[in-house]
Design a binder for this molecule. Structure first.
Ligand code: HEC
Length: 885
């Protein structure tokens, strides 16, 4: 009976699924240029002239009524990459003074960068007092002003966040205190985090790291994991506390913007207007890392590639139709995109309003205009940080021999360094607003700013009120939440209460009935902190809102149910998206339900990525009904907690063991018990599907849900299918086990040593008791040797890195009888995840030697080693091996 129930869900879902489009990634309409030949000789060209700020100003093209104004320039700032304002309107600028000072980035890691502070002492918007707030830094990349004397700063190559304090009040920090210890960070500097950004939900977000932090009045910040946000340089929020991300590396412009990331890194079809990814610069030198593919005949960029530094414009001193739109600099294209934001039936959609004219919001004809950051200022205008330089890409993309390097050399672009400008975009119909003095105001005065028409003031006031933890304003905040005149102020007042830990359930119940759907959704989101604090009383109220007429509210209920892991939330989501007629609820609800994993991360081949994605689709149509969307087993609502329809596949020994095991389970089915447990459902054999299908779903399950075993190929499936062709019955677990290679049980007697490691040498003997980590970066030649007590027939070695990153990038395995003469390698391959499974034709050996042959800025770790002897019933293993790649 329970099985029927499972199939019912399955059936409903299959019917539903048919209505969703498969791929959500919009395809760019890039037009490779016919006339631009990739083999052209790059003849030397004159270097374009460096322009003074006054001359650069003349090169800007902006829509009618708008005008750029210079705010700061060299020598007051050089190589600026971001600017932010504190509660008194003082501007902090991160200056990466060592960034790409030549074509190779020589000396880039030298501590010569700084965070400068700029003040308008007359309060007229002219910054006339400049200090080095923090100097001698390595490429500072994160700046968040807190209280009057404190600024959080983080540098490149670390995830640590520190508070720099200016205790004397002279604009120069004199004390550094740890705020968050995140440890060292590696990788290209363009891929490192940006932030921390104080979001309306009172959590601090950073890009490129899957977590958020929460400042607390006492003790270190709280930390929660989030789905990977995929963001790189740039972070901003809209009026409702949703963070917007961009990714230049993936040429993705804006993405994951359908919901706050905590509910999933979500994209849906049609979220970008056709052609949105095409860009329309006013100038170009064909100097793009993507090469000729990205170049138009007139040498301009044809597609987003350096998109970064985005800002939702929330100021009040530019025309109203700009408010809520996202500005997105494209420094490689020398322009700033304006993305018009509309919400259509619950789906957030972006378009380029200047697309019909083949133009952009802001462009320059000066090839050194390099906008990398935008922000709404306290004065209600838009600020644009312009690195003003020749080379914009980092050294990883300008190496000798690269296409980009040839163009850089052709024009001598490396010569223009050491400048930098900050511009303010103003409009003829508006006067810039006054300078804030929030640090000098009372908490009651700060509360009034929560209703300010400029979002910068609202955010700043909220942050300062939370930092003050002054509960005397709670009644005023409650009053504003209930009856404030600015709907955005009401939302921000409620979040401020949340930050003061002062939200009463009764207030939320009232807000669940508010007229403004944004307020209803906010109240649901705020209720999450009450649930987390143990107060479950609002659950029926929140659940009931799944029937709200507004798609945004329904989506919020699903997101909240998911992050709070309410039992049965998946069924709630399934039935909601099944019955809803809203596009947003259907598409975003679907994504909330099926958190996508990203397999395209450089370790799998293109065909493996395709197979993994296809396997995920199969899993989410079929297997999830019993094994659960998260691979932990589908919970049964009418049974005691923890009862599931089928066993977990996350961490399953069958899934993570020799591949013959799981492939056999799929071809012919299996019967329980599994680990002593019987299940009401029965595993259906799915062998009628072809080898590609089976290989896809096996590969996915071996890599989904935190599993990290190598994918399998259709050929391997074919081998096992042939070897077990006569099988009709499902396998019992005992039978399965007897068909698989057996791990040697005498590991206590092995001698293990690590020799010849490129960066460090380390010798260990006997069994691994702790994780063995070799060096700090993998380089070819690191060797792990295992000496068995006696010569043994062996057919596989499994290595568990104990960590998803530290697996050997590639390897070879050799056997020897005496440890002196080694036969030619019996296996060579590449690691793909935590588990490296090396299988080979059985051979006799006393010594086994695994040599790491790849390079990666990650150490090689081994926390567990298994050596296998062939199966008692060898037919399957032989078949699987015979067909191995
Ligand atoms: C109708 C429910 C149901 C469906 C659908 C289902 N399974 Fe199973 N599966 C089970 C049950 C139940 C077991 C445990 C064996 C038993 O009791 O029959 C199981 C066992 C397994 C095992 C072995 C687990 C272990 O730890 O030994 C794997 C692997 C597996 N299933 C994968 C899949 C995959 C992949 C799919 C989709 C192609 C799938 N299952 C679809 C119910 C199901």
């Amino acid at each position: 009976m329970k099985t029927r129930y499972a199939f019912l869900i399955l059936f409903t879902f299959l019917a539903l699924r048919a209505s969703f489009a498969a791929d959500s990634t919009p395809t760019p309409s890039a037009t490779p240029s016919p006339s631009f030949s990739p083999n052209s000789q790059f003849p030397p060209q004159p270097t374009p002239p460096w322009l003074s700020p006054a001359d650069e100003l003349k090169t800007f093209q902006v829509p009618d009524g708008y005008r750029m104004e210079l705010v700061l320039s060299e020598p007051d700032i050089r190589e600026p990459v971001l600017c932010v304002f504190d509660g008194n309107g003082r501007m902090y600028v991160s200056e990466m003074r060592s960034y790409m000072q030549d074509s190779d980035g020589t000396g880039e890691q030298k501590p010569t960068s700084l965070v400068s502070r700029h003040e308008s002492t007359k309060g007229d918007g002219v910054f006339d007092r400049h200090t080095v707030f923090a100097g001698n830094l390595v490429l500072p990349r994160m700046v968040l002003p807190m209280e009057k004397d404190a600024v959080i700063i983080s540098l490149t190559n670390t995830n640590d966040l520190s508070i720099y304090r200016d205790s004397k009040g002279d604009g120069v920090s004199d004390k550094i205190e740890p705020f968050y210890k995140g440890g060292p960070r590696e990788g290209n500097m363009e891929h490192q985090p940006c932030g921390p950004f104080w979001c309306m939900d009172n959590w601090l977000y950073v890009t490129a790291n899957p977590y958020r932090l929460r400042w607390r009045p006492d003790g270190p910040p709280l930390k929660e994991t989030t789905p990977a946000n995929g963001g790189q340089w740039g972070i901003t929020q809209d009026d409702y506390g949703k963070i917007w991300w961009s990714n230049a590396g993936a040429e993705k412009a804006l993405y994951h913007f359908q919901t706050p990331v905590i509910y999933g890194a979500i994209d849906v079809p049609d979220q970008l207007e056709t052609g949105f990814m095409e860009v329309w610069p006013a100038t170009g030198l064909a100097d793009f890392q993507g090469g000729p593919m990205r170049v138009r005949p007139d040498k301009t960029l044809n597609h987003f590639t350096g998109c970064c530094g985005q800002e939702v414009f929330r100021g009040d001193r530019l025309p109203a139709d700009l408010r809520g739109d996202v500005l997105l600099p494209e420094p490689v294209g020398r322009m700033v995109r304006r993305a018009k934001v509309t919400v259509q039936d619950g789906v957030t959609c972006l378009s380029n309003p200047y697309q019909p004219q083949h133009s952009e919001f802001i462009r320059s004809t000066d090839p050194y205009f390099r906008p990398v950051w935008t922000t709404t200022g306290p004065d209600g205008c838009l600020y644009i940080v312009d690195m003003y330089r020749g080379i914009i890409q980092e050294g990883g993309w300008t190496g000798k021999g690269s296409y980009l390097r040839k163009v850089i050399d052709q024009y001598g672009l490396q010569k223009v360094i050491g400048s930098g400008r900050i511009w303010r975009l103003v409009h003829k119909d508006f006067q810039p607003g006054p300078q804030p003095h929030m640090f000098d105001e009372t908490s009651a005065q700060l509360v009034t700013h929560l209703e300010h028409p400029n979002g910068w003031w609202r955010d700043q006031a909220q942050k300062l009120l939370v930092l003050r933890q002054d509960k005397s304003v709670v009644p005023a905040l409650e009053k504003m939440t209930r009856s404030g005149t600015n709907p955005l102020g009401r939302i921000q007042a409620l979040w401020t209460l949340e930050g003061l830990d002062a939200v009463e359930p009764a207030l939320l119940r009232e807000m669940f009935k508010a007229n403004d759907p944004h307020m209803r959704a906010t109240a649901i989101r705020v209720s999450e902190s009450l649930f987390k604090n143990g107060d479950q009383s609002l659950k029926p109220d929140v659940r009931a809102l799944v029937n709200d007429p507004d798609p945004g509210v329904v989506i919020q209920v699903l997101g909240t149910a998911k992050v709070l892991k309410w039992p049965g939330w998946e069924l709630l989501a399934l039935s909601t998206i099944g019955t809803s007629s809203s596009k947003g609820v259907k598409e975003i609800g679907h994504e909330i339900l099926y958190t996508p994993e990203n397999f395209d991360r450089g370790v799998f081949t293109a065909s493996e990525v395709t197979r993994l994605q296809k396997g995920r689709d199969i899993y989410q149509q079929l297997c999830f009904a019993c094994h659960g969307m998260d691979g932990h087993g589908m919970p049964m609502e009418d049974q005691p907690p923890g009862t599931t329809l089928a066993p977990p596949l996350a961490g399953s020994a069958t899934v993570l063991g020799p591949r013959e095991g799981m492939i056999s389970v799929l071809l012919h089915g299996t019967i329980g018990p599994v680990n002593g447990k019987n299940y009401v459902a029965v595993m259906p054999p799915v062998g009628t599907n072809n080898d590609e299908w089976v290989a896809s779903v096996v590969s996915y399950v071996r890599n989904g849900f935190g599993n990290g075993a190598p994918p399998v190929t259709p050929e391997q499936v074919a081998g096992i299918r042939a070897a077990s062709a006569s099988r009709v019955q499902p396998w019992s677990h005992e039978e399965l086990k007897s068909m698989l290679p057996q791990p040697l049980a005498n590991d206590q007697e092995w001698k293990i040593s690590v020799v010849n490691s490129g960066t460090a040498s380390l010798v260990i003997s006997g069994k691994l008791t702790t994780t063995c980590t070799i060096g700090t970066a993998q380089s070819p030649g690191e060797t792990l040797q295992i000496e068995l007590p006696a010569e043994t027939l062996v057919s596989a070695v499994f290595l568990d890195a104990g960590n998803p990153d530290n697996f050997p990038r590639s390897y070879k395995l050799e056997l020897s009888g005496d440890g002196v003469t080694w036969e030619k390698p019996v296996a060579e391959g590449t690691g793909t995840g935590r588990l490296t499974q090396i299988t080979f034709a059985p051979g006799s050996a006393k010594f086994l030697r695994i040599t790491q042959t790849g390079s990666k800025r990650r150490p090689w770790s081994i926390s567990k080693i298994q050596v296998f002897t062939p199966a008692q019933t060898p037919a399957l293993s032989a078949a699987a091996e015979g067909a191995s790649k």
